[in-house]
Design a protein around this ligand. Sequence first.
Ligand SMILES: [Mg+2]
Length: 247
Amino acid sequence: MPTDRSAGREPGFPRTILFDLDDTLFDHSLTCRAALVAVRRRYGALRGRPLDELWIEYDRLLGVLHREVQLGHRSSEDARAERFERLAAWNRRPVAPAAAREMSDAYRALYLRLRRPVPGAPEAVRRLGERARIGVVTNNTLAEQRDKLEFLGLDRRVDFLVASAEVGVAKPDVRIFREALARAGTPAAETVMIGDAWESDILGARAAGLRAVWFNRFRRPRPTADDVPEFQSFRPLGELERRIGAG
Ligand SMILES: [Mg+2]
């Protein structure tokens, strides 16, 4: 376990830093897209339309079906198989449920093989972990997110992991942030949330009284004009450290 890093804490620097996991530390969307490209080469049911159109529908279905998974109401395997069944039907090349499951299993194997960290993120967490407690707050099942942390080499570097399926509420619900604060043992004023999703991570954290730093990797337009600090890359780390410390 980490030592008590709050003893010699630096003024202005938070005692706890919370991170989102998917698309903040773990490169979820790019891994999904790479796995979809690979599985499409194997299955005609996924061909016939431009890749970009297929990806947009896939990503939409991922969002729709993930809601039940993140609240713990449904297994990832089930949701994934239905995603492929619905994708093939949307593509006007429908498949039977067993064939959808086969595609889904092939996709999962490819996803595991192609997965990757967000560049610089694991090193950043290790470095920041020398200055503050580190928590991860994420919308998914505990088992799946633990596995991702292990893949990133961060399972022993993160002090605690709060997964929505375990808590029963998902970001942006303030209750998941309160749960994270309880695990951290630090007040909201001394805790910062870092994430890529404006509504879930930024608005959710602020509603719970935390400061938030937006990871805007793809330089998207800011949804509202306000004072939320942002950064585009974990490299160099100094940029993020300045945003975190500017409380
Ligand atoms: Mg995210």
